[in-house]
Every structure is written in structure tokens, then in C-alpha cells.
Ligand binder design. Structure first.
Ligand SMILES: [Cu+2]
Length: 159
């Protein structure tokens, strides 16, 4: 399974044109976590900061969220730290697969609608529509950051 995932990401690296639009691997299937949303339909903005702490951890603040199925959220994200950080929103098993790939290919860059990478001091946003209920994760997959504490949970309630 891991081998297949690595091959997939290598294919994405070899074909940058594919990486942005419909990213590699025939991902026409819907993502469980939802889909890119339209800002005009957003009903809530959630502000999140990413940073390192004095005691050696790396954190999202806040790191637990509750939303409702069908809701469109603007995640307004600021890197308040001194290192690059990422915000990746996905189901847990995809996060863990992606984490393993990032550990093998730390320089990997990607342009997925459910992820954003920010340099120190930068801000950005992701507009996301949650189309399924369940529990999902946010994480920073820069190698070492997840294990230093950079992850959190998004609970999507049925209406
Ligand atoms: Cu990070």
C-alpha cells in the first residue's frame, strides 16, 4: 500500500501540470472530508495560528473544531512561528499516508485544495465545504511537526 502511494506522489512530481488541477491518481472520487467551498457561501470563519512553543512543541491554536455537515467554513490561517508550516485537512488514514510520504520526500511540494503551506509570518486561507459527518484531522506534515504536536480534530455533526 505504501509503495503504491509513493509511486502516486512520484507520478505527481513528474507531471506538475497534473499536480494543481485534478491532482494525480484519478482522484475524481469525492473526498470524505468534503470539497473546496465558495467563500460567498461560508457561514463561519475560523482563525488558526501555527507556531512552535518555547518548550519544543509545535501547535495549532485552536486545535479542535466542531462544524456541521453542509457548512462552508473559511479557515483563516496564520503562521505565527519561525519555521514553515502546513495546514492539511483530511480523513485520518489519508493524513497518515501523506505523513509517511512526506517523511520520504521532505522537499515535496503539492498544491491540493485541502492543504496550504505557509512560510513564517505568512497568512492564507482555505474555504472548505464539509459534505459528510464524522471526525477528520488537521495536521502539519512537514517531517517531525506532527509528532511535535501539530495536529487537531474536526468533528462534523449531522445537521
Ligand atoms: Cu509545522
Amino acid at each position: 500500500m505504501k509503495t503504491a502511494v509513493v509511486a502516486l506522489f512520484l507520478a505527481a512530481l513528474a507531471t506538475p501540470a497534473l499536480a494543481s488541477g485534478s491532482h494525480a491518481g484519478g482522484h475524481d472520487e469525492a473526498m470524505a472530508v468534503g470539497e473546496p467551498g465558495k467563500k460567498a457561501q461560508a457561514t463561519q470563519t475560523i482563525r488558526i495560528s501555527m507556531k512552535e512553543t518555547d518548550d519544543g512543541k509545535m501547535i495549532f491554536t485552536p486545535n479542535t473544531f466542531k462544524v456541521r455537515k453542509g457548512q462552508t467554513i473559511v479557515f483563516s490561517i496564520k503562521n505565527a512561528g519561525e519555521l514553515d508550516h502546513e495546514f492539511v485537512l483530511d480523513q485520518e488514514d489519508k493524513i497518515m499516508e501523506h505523513k509517511a510520504v512526506m517523511e520520504k520526500f521532505p522537499e515535496m511540494e503539492h498544491d491540493d485544495p485541502n492543504a496550504i503551506r505557509l512560510a513564517a509570518g505568512e497568512s492564507g486561507e482555505i474555504v472548505w465545504k464539509f459534505t459528510n459527518d464524522g471526525t477528520f484531522k488537521i495536521a502539519c506534515l512537514v517531517p517531525g511537526h506532527y509528532d511535535a504536536g501539530m495536529h487537531g480534530n474536526v468533528t462534523v455533526a449531522k445537521k
